[in-house]
Design a protein. Structure first.
Lengths: 380, 772
């Protein structure tokens, strides 16, 4: 399974650091040294079956030396050989393997997101089997991932896992270690994951009330914007460009000037809002209210942007972000994800075009009140 | 790249573990057939049950829950009573218990944990059968067992790694065609050589560990590890008419003899049982006058020993012993409780712990019962001898008096007290004078003795011939009158069977020849005893590591006659039991079956399948069963010698090559000398150029381009891809990486333009290196 192309080259790959083809001589010496002093996080310990086998081996040693029977010595030798070859193959199972964590650029609090552990096998001939990946994230358990089948030479496999962040901010997902009991299950080989990925977690959504009707009355309705749109009013004529819809051709004008002209209409009149999240510590005395306000701001900004009513937004004393495309919303969410109560209070930003300024304040009983041009307009 | 859809899933792994587990269990239960003991019935029934489970793998998944719950308790309860009933020997009940547990596991639905338990039980069963039997068959079972167990462990491990659900889920159905098709499609055939290498690596490492493990011989082995068995072939202490020829009908191996000095005897007589008495064992035998030779009770005056070496067997009266000469004799299980004895050798050691008896009057070694495992004996300074020095018991033959019974005043100068003879005829050594004294038999014996006495050889001896001279004449007489054949028709009559044969001109086999000779010698007054054993064998590897395989068809009977040593060359005087082989057509009579026979009685190996199998058997005995510190030192010494030889030969070759090269260079240069050199260089250049094209994917039009990863285009793309991955990301690098990935893993549509892409990639990599 391949992961969606979120950010293929943003996260570097990690490998066990056994052997690098570009420096073979040093790698051989490092490999030998690692047998005596394994790198941090690398372990080779017997499993329960391995302990049973070791106990059986000790019993066989006693029996062999007591009876001087070569058949027991032979079985003992086979057992020791199986153990040793098992250890070598477990080591080789990780050779040429590399991995990284990938996922969407941002997550939202309370919403399940699919992340991926990408595992690639760079070996030329030998597949990798039965590798378990142990992931870790603060405040929640993550499943142990396993390769569903062998990972052939040159293949890459993405192991999906679901993560539900519990709080906004930066979330670090770490691949703690990879283990394998391949091939015989007597030894567990562990290598350090050494792979972590930070995801930004946007505030989650919440239900709210926003009294638009009341605000609409107070607005200067019927204003036209100078922005191009699908409204009825003609904004201007311009020369035809490839890809323009034929329905937009202004035939009369085209006939008059002898070249094709198309209509450009103005956008219809609508409500225009600007959103400012004020993180002043003096305003937000309770952390819960602050978090609630962040969620309210995020939810409202998303809804207004989708309705095309949001012209800009700012968090604290940060830059005013004009909202033209989805990435503007994402940047605002990023700001909301990182914002902390601030002292002293930041100055209010200036929004061009005199939109209705929306801001938030603590309300009664742990609620959050929305103010439009300093008038209460909703709550959450 | 292989198709992910055919990769083994948990259901298939469970099916594989089920089938493979049953197969492993069958191999282990079948190994019990090597134990000729109380578990044979279990081996038979167990094998059948496991075979049924193997043929219908879905049946164990439907086992009643009650059996799964209570089965273990039931088996342990049965085992408790079994131990109570067989308290004297704990091994058979223990083995039966393990087999019951194994069968229970085979017939239960198995998850990975139960699969591992089954493997553990299989190991125990196989190990016990190997330890007790020591047979080559065990080696074959082990060779089959190891790869299957490795595959099983891998399957269990893969199934466990797929998670708890995969571990706990059992397949709902099974069909052999579907399973085999799935198995074929799941196997990555390209991996098979690699798997073979891993297996060889494991075997090599096991060999290394086995060789390097130090051996300590405490000489305090557990007799616990000895399971008695019944005698299936070989000699018993009573040999009736036809017993030896019955043994000869079998071609199975009786024992194998290995010689450390690499000098096998040319005419070996492997002495196993000495039969001093001749009697009619029951009424039927009396009625039919069918006598039997047996070892008398008095000859069994024994030394019973356990866990120790015999001090000596035989006396060193035949010259100095050759130090370091060691004979190893390996008896197959259930052969006989009597052990082959070459005639001289000391000390005698056993590779296992056994309670044994040494019947010193007749120099016979016996176990308390036939061994169920391969029995290893060692004789140091061993040799086949054709005579035995008399034992203290034989001195009774010297005491005074007349031998009234046989009507002779004196034989060989040993007057025997007649009262002792009458009284003690059933006791050793007087039992060596026992013969049928009914008138009919007596008449025949007297007549034939008279004929022997009238022979020209006896005329030279005068009125008092010594026993060996008489034996020569008697053997010559028998050879003249009777030919050798395994089939003979003995005429009816009142006399003893052997006497009737003597009186006839029927051919006969070794039993008839030896028996008749014994009776004639005794009637003549010479103490004589019949010997049962083996003669000859098949000599293999005569030039390198000779060994003799003795089969049951080499079973033989001969005699030992008591007499004074008259050999002028011998420095030892006194009385001996001389070996006489009266059987016609086997050994020249004049040599009296001496080991100094000019012609070898050994068959040579014909390199048949059977001989090769024997060779394997000997290797198994030499390098596994009998491997000890001495063997290890010997192996190290041999390895060192071979390495030194190799090194010396290589050095010599180098010097010779250098000389010839210098000689070639110094000779005048002309066209005939330069031509081949230039041709060789041209060929090499063409080869290198072709190789370069080949690596870049060029093929003649008739040569199809390979689709696999071994396609040079894919390989080259893989190399470039690996180098590109190491560089930091930029648009060109990313674009080239995508193209290389397409060339490496794609469907080959870009292959026609591969060279141009490779060129771009190489150019980019060169630039990147310069920037560094």
């Amino acid at each position: 399974m391949r992961s969606p192309d979120f950010d293929q080259d943003l996260t570097p790959w990690t490998d066990p650091g056994f052997f690098r083809r570009e420096e073979p001589v040093r790698s051989v010496f490092r490999l030998i040294w690692q047998q005596f002093r394994p790198p941090r996080g690398h372990r080779l310990v017997p499993t329960f079956s391995g302990f049973v086998l070791l106990t059986m081996g000790i019993a066989l040693v006693v029996a062999a030396y007591t009876t001087a029977n070569n058949i027991i010595f032979l079985c003992l030798a086979l057992m020791a050989a199986t153990f040793t070859v098992g250890a070598a193959l477990a080591f080789w199972n990780f050779q040429g393997l590399r991995w990284r964590i990938s996922g969407p650029p941002a997550l939202r609090v309370g919403e399940a997101a699919s992340l991926f552990l990408e595992v690639a096998n760079d070996k030329r001939m030998i597949p990798t089997h039965a590798v378990l990946a142990h992931l870790k994230m603060p405040g929640a358990d993550l499943p142990t991932l396993s390769l569903p089948s062998r990972l052939g030479p040159g293949e890459t496999m993405s192991l999906p896992f679901v993560c539900t962040p519990l709080k906004r901010g930066l979330l670090e997902v770490e691949l703690r270690e990879l283990t394998t009991e391949f091939p015989f299950g007597f030894l567990r080989k562990t290598v350090a994951g050494n792979s972590r990925r930070e995801f930004i977690v946007w505030p989650g959504r919440l239900p709210y009330q926003f009294n638009r009707a009341r605000r609409a009355l107070s607005l200067s309705g019927g204003q036209r914007t100078r922005r191009r749109g699908a409204g009825a009013e003609l904004l201007q004529l311009r020369a035809y460009r490839a890809g323009d819809s034929p329905r937009m051709l202004h035939w009369k004008a085209s006939a008059r000037v002898g070249t094709l002209l198309v209509r450009e209409n103005a956008e219809d009149t609508r409500e225009r809002y600007a959103l400012w999240f004020d993180p002043a510590a003096a305003t937000w005395t309770r952390p819960a209210d602050f978090e609630q306000a962040c969620r309210f701001a995020a939810t409202l900004a998303e809804d207004l942007f989708r309705a095309g009513n949001l012209t800009g937004a700012a968090v604290g004393g940060g830059p005013v972000r004009p909202f033209r495309r989805v990435s503007d919303l994402a940047l605002f969410f990023d700001d909301l994800a990182r914002v902390m109560p601030a002292t002293p209070p930041p100055p209010a930003p200036f929004f061009a075009g005199s939109p209705t300024l929306l801001r938030f304040g603590p309300g009664p009983g742990g609620s959050i009140t929305l103010y439009a041009d300093e008038q209460p307009a909703g709550s959450a | 790249m292989s198709n992910p859809q055919v990769r083994p899933d948990s259901g298939f792994l469970a099916q594989f573990a089920g089938v493979n587990g049953s197969l492993i269990a069958f191999i282990c239960v079948a190994a019990l057939f090597h134990l000729q003991a109380q578990v044979l019935l279990h081996a038979l029934v167990g094998s059948l049950l496991v075979l049924v489970a193997l043929a219908f793998p879905q049946l164990p998944w439907r086992t009643p829950t009650a059996l799964q719950t209570w089965g273990g308790g039931l088996v342990l309860g049965l085992a408790f009573f079994d131990f109570l009933l067989n308290g004297s020997n704990l091994l058979p009940p223990m083995l039966r218990m393990v087999v019951h547990l194994l069968l229970l596991r085979v017939w239960q639905p198995r998850r990975p944990r139960e699969d591992l338990q089954l493997l553990l039980l299989c190991v125990v069963v196989l190990l016990i059968s190997g330890v007790l039997s020591l047979s080559l068959g065990f080696a074959f079972h082990l060779i089959l067992f190891c790869p299957l167990v490795m595959a099983q462990l891998v399957a269990i491990n893969l199934r466990s790694a797929l998670g708890r659900e995969a571990r706990e889920t059992l397949p709902s159905h099974f069909s052999w065609p579907h399973f085999t098709a799935r198995l074929r499609s799941s196997l990555d055939w390209r991996m098979l050589p690699l798997v073979g290498v891993v297996f060889l690596m494991t075997a090599g490492m096991a060999f290394l560990v086995f060789t390097l493990l130090p051996r300590v011989n405490f000489d305090s082995n557990f007799s616990f590890l000895h399971m008695p068995a019944g005698s299936l072939s070989g000699f018993t202490e009573e040999v009736r008419y036809g017993s030896v020829s019955k043994i000869m009908e079998s071609d199975s191996i009786a024992f194998v003899a290995d010689f450390s000095d690499k000098k096998p005897p040319q005419n070996p007589y492997w002495r196993m049982i000495v039969l001093d008495r001749y009697h009619y064992p029951d009424k039927e035998a009396v009625a039919e006058k069918l006598g039997a030779f047996k070892l008398s009770e008095t000859a069994k005056s024994v030394q019973v020993r356990e866990n120790a070496q015999l001090d000596s067997i035989g006396l060193d009266v035949f010259g100095p012993l050759k130090p370091g000469n060691m004979w190893h004799i390996y008896l197959t299980p259930g052969n006989s409780r009597y052990l082959p004895f070459p005639g001289r050798g000391k000390p005698l050691t056993f590779s296992n712990s056994f309670k044994y008896f040494y019947h010193n009057p007749v120099n016979v070694i016996a176990l308390d019962s036939p061994s169920s495992s391969v029995m290893g004996l060692q004789y140091s300074n061993a040799a086949i001898v054709d005579r035995f020095f008399w034992s203290p018991d034989d001195h009774q033959l010297e005491e005074g008096g007349k031998v009234k019974k046989v009507g002779q005043n004196v034989f060989e100068g040993f007057p025997v007290n007649p009262s002792d003879l009458e009284k003690n005829l059933k006791k050793y050594p007087f039992s060596t004078l026992e013969y049928p004294d009914d008138p009919a038999s007596e008449n025949i014996l007297k007549r034939i003795l008279a004929e022997i006495a009238a022979r020209p050889e006896m005329a030279q001896a005068g009125s008092d011939p010594h026993s060996t001279l008489w034996a020569q004449a008697a053997v010559a007489y028998l050879h003249e009158k009777h030919t050798y054949s395994l089939g003979s028709v003995i005429p009816k009559g009142d006399a003893d069977l052997l006497c009737r044969w003597l009186d006839s001109d029927q051919p006969g086999h070794c039993e008839l020849f030896a028996g008749a000779f014994t009776l004639l010698a005794r009637r003549q007054g010479y103490p004589c005893r019949m010997i049962g054993g083996y003669q000859g064998g098949v000599l293999s590897d005569a030039d390198t590591n000779p060994y003799i395989s003795v089969r049951n068809r080499h079973a033989h009977a001969w005699c030992e006659i008591f007499g004074k040593n008259t050999d002028p060359k011998s420095t030892v005087g006194g009385f001996f039991w001389f070996r006489v082989d009266p059987t016609g057509g086997r050994v020249a009579p004049t040599e009296l079956a001496s080991d100094s026979a000019t012609t070898s009685s050994l068959e040579t190996s014909q390199n048949t399948f059977s001989d090769r199998f024997d060779g394997l058997r000997v290797m198994w005995y030499r390098y596994i069963v009998n491997f000890d510190n001495v063997s290890r030192e010997s192996m190290a010494k041999t390895a060192k010698e071979r390495w030194t030889n190799l090194s010396n030969s290589f050095q010599a070759w180098l010097v010779s090559f250098k000389d010839s090269l210098l000689d070639w260079v110094r000779r005048p240069w002309d066209l005939s000398k330069v031509g081949p050199l230039g041709g060789l260089a041209a060929l090499l250049s063409v080869f290198l150029i072709l190789m370069r094209f080949w690596r870049r994917g060029w093929r003649p039009s008739f040569w199809p381009k390979p689709e696999s990863r071994h396609d040079p285009i894919r390989r080259h793309a893989s190399r470039l891809l690996a180098e590109l991955r190491e560089l930091p990301s930029d648009p060109t690098r990313d674009q080239l990486t995508e193209v290389m990935q397409e060339l490496r893993f794609g469907d080959g549509s870009l292959s026609p333009r591969a060279q141009s892409f490779f060129g771009e990639a190489r150019h980019y990599l060169r630039q990147a290196r310069r920037r560094k």
